[in-house]
Design a protein around this ligand. Structure first.
Ligand SMILES: [Zn+2]
Length: 239
């Protein structure tokens, strides 16, 4: 077959996104990405999965970011840089533009905090900033066992995060914050005029602001209701 040497987009993209790729190979792969749809798709998914798509400054992995900065500062210098360096800078800049474009298309572009919460719920992963400020609410009567209760940062929005699991192993996340959660894209206002609900990436979200700012997320819609009901009625979150 002409034009494409055999390679493994999934494996190489994983190494690239995780930063395991060595500098030299990374440089080659940067160039390869511009022309290879398969690798590009894998890398985009990788970034999206890691939640790096939230802020454009984070779209490029650290190594590449440094290289861009270096390349651009070289290119910006008045004309003493050899021509191939300038071409290199253009190639790198092109990769970045493609990255931003693909993220804009692939990502459903939720507000950062919503995107971060969805990612946490989908991957069942929380980056803890310490213990939660509220004591974890007891949902054992609903058949939900507490798995984690942590203080987290949702793209700049400080929040408590509680993860519960039911007997079938399905999880539901409750986020509680002193600040209002941004409204998810394509959300619907609740019939009672309190908060909104949305579906995003296969997850169900409900959000409200009484008696506290809360956001409940689960892949299983039937787990969302009991948690929201507890928030509203148990008195746990009344100041
Ligand atoms: Zn490829």
């Amino acid at each position: 077959m002409i034009g494409r040497r055999s390679h493994e987009p999934e494996l190489q993209a994983a190494e690239y996104v995780s930063g395991e790729m060595r500098r030299r190979e990374r440089r080659r792969f940067d160039a390869h990405l511009v022309g290879c749809e398969d690798c590009w798709r894998e890398v985009s998914f990788g970034w999206k999965g890691r939640g790096l798509a939230e802020a454009s400054r984070e779209v490029a992995p650290p190594g590449l970011r440094d290289e861009i900065r270096a390349a651009l500062s070289i290119a910006a210098r008045p004309s003493r840089a050899p021509r191939r360096l300038a071409v290199g800078a253009v190639a790198v800049a092109l990769v970045v533009l493609l990255t931003l474009g693909a993220v804009a298309i692939l990502g459903h572009r939720q507000p950062g905090a919503i995107d971060a919460a969805i990612t946490a719920a989908r991957t069942e992963t929380l980056a803890s900033r310490g213990p939660s400020t509220h004591a974890p609410p007891d949902l054992s009567e609903e058949g939900l066992v507490l798995v984690m209760g942590e203080r987290v940062d949702l793209a700049g929005l400080p929040s408590d995060a509680f993860m519960y699991r039911d007997a079938a192993g399905e999880s539901v996340f409750l986020f509680v914050s002193g600040s209002r959660f941004p409204t998810a894209r394509d959300s619907t206002a609740r019939p009672d005029g309190m908060g909104w609900q949305a579906r995003s990436d296969g997850m169900t979200l409900v959000c409200g602001d009484r008696p506290v700012n809360y956001l409940v997320i689960s892949e299983n819609p039937s787990l969302v209701g009991p948690v929201e009901h507890m928030v509203k009625t148990s008195g746990v979150f009344v100041a």
